[in-house]
Write a protein that binds this ligand. Structure first.
Ligand SMILES: NC(=O)c1ccc[n+]([C@@H]2O[C@H](COP(=O)([O-])OP(=O)(O)OC[C@H]3O[C@@H](n4cnc5c(N)ncnc54)[C@H](OP(=O)(O)O)[C@@H]3O)[C@@H](O)[C@H]2O)c1
Length: 322
């Protein structure tokens, strides 16, 4: 490989995991205010496999060929004109460009310097790559959208997943009473990281097991088993449902209005300063990221197949530098 090229996972067609192929392509150059980051590890998120098949952010990325991935942990290797907050050699993490393409499944990424933050020093690049998109989702949904306050009762669906396990910890840190839905196998771990109460959604209907909730962070949606619509039944009057996976359908909006509840759609945004705050929580030991498995970059297809099983505990990550 020359010093102007790089390895990346490029897809030339929409489709199953086998469209994810290793290719050698030109290294991107940073424009003014941008940095080029040498990617040590790239996080995987459900939006990646949704986009791979033509859903998710496929509209924003346009027709293939494109490079998937938004979550990056790595080292600043080149700075563009005007960048004064980062320098060569700085360890950073981020979720740049979302929902435009970031091309994180690659050896180098260029993006605006301020969409990155210093990588938490207490964790590896592989752990840090699992943080940005999931943690920003959990943080922005709880803090910015729901404006969570100490003492509130919060229900987090899919508590064992990438977003859920971080949402549990943030909500606990912010003083809430934290309830989660997860299979029984995850209950021990989720209790250790801060859940006050857990519901095995495979054994009971959650609306029969919990009530008087102020905020629902719904990470499942109506797609499988009407989780969003059923969540309206656990809220206090005026309570808020944040519908994370697929927004608010007209039917859900009407059901919420009829019951006197509030619903909000949600889309995560790049946010360097929030990642700095999140990194401080990680380095102080208040929050931990769980990485279930790390795959080599060239095994991106296997990593997607694993993620699509919808059983991931915490995060899946691609190792780019060994
Ligand atoms: N709008 C946005 O900005 C945004 C941002 C981030 C994520 N999202 C979306 O939010 C969803 C969650 O993302 P993620 O990264 O957390 O996914 P993930 O890590 O792949 O979630 C996997 C987890 O989901 C749990 N799960 C599956 N079905 C469930 C159900 N019916 N009830 C409760 N838990 C269930 C599983 O736990 P068990 O083993 O306990 O079953 C597993 O641990 C995805 O649809 C993603 O696309 C949207």
């Amino acid at each position: 490989m020359s010093d102007t090229s790089m390895r990346a996972i490029v897809q030339h067609a929409l489709g199953g995991p086998d469209v994810l192929l290793v290719a050698e392509i030109p290294r991107p150059e940073p424009l003014p205010t941008e940095v080029r980051v040498k990617v040590y590890a790239a996080g995987i998120n459900p939006v990646d496999w949704k986009t791979r098949v033509g859903e998710g952010m496929a509209g924003e990325l346009g027709a293939p060929p494109f490079i998937l991935g938004w979550d990056v942990s790595g080292v600043v290797e080149k700075v563009g004109f005007g960048v004064t907050t980062l320098k060569e050699g700085d360890e950073v993490y981020g979720m740049p460009w979302f929902p435009r393409a970031a091309g994180a499944y690659a050896e180098y990424v260029t993006a605006p310097a301020r969409q990155f933050a210093r990588k938490p020093t207490s964790i590896t690049h592989e752990q840090a790559a699992g943080v940005p998109l999931a943690a920003l989702t959990a943080w922005q949904a709880l803090v910015d959208t729901a404006q969570i306050r100490a003492g509130q009762r919060v229900l987090i669906h899919a508590a064992a997943g990438g977003v859920g396990h971080l949402a549990i910890q943030f909500a606990k840190h912010l003083g809430a009473y934290v309830i989660g839905t997860a299979r029984a196998a995850g209950h021990g771990w989720l209790t250790e990281i801060g859940a006050d109460e857990l519901i095995d959604y495979t054994a009971v209907r959650f609306e029969d097991a919990v009530a008087d909730v102020d905020i629902v962070i719904d990470l499942v949606g109506d797609h499988y088993d009407d989780t969003s619509t059923r969540s309206l039944d656990v809220l206090r009057p005026g309570g808020l449902l944040v519908a994370v996976p697929a927004g608010v359908s007209p039917e859900l909006a009407a059901a919420a209005e009829a019951k006197g509840m509030r619903v909000s759609p949600f889309l995560v945004e790049p946010d360097g300063p929030a990642l700095t705050s999140i990194g401080e929580l990680i380095d102080s030991g208040s929050v931990a990221v769980e990485v279930e498995e790390v795959f080599p970059l060239e095994q991106a297809a296997a990593a997607h197949a694993r993620g699509e099983s919808n059983r991931t505990r915490g995060k899946l990550v691609l190792r780019v530098v060994s």
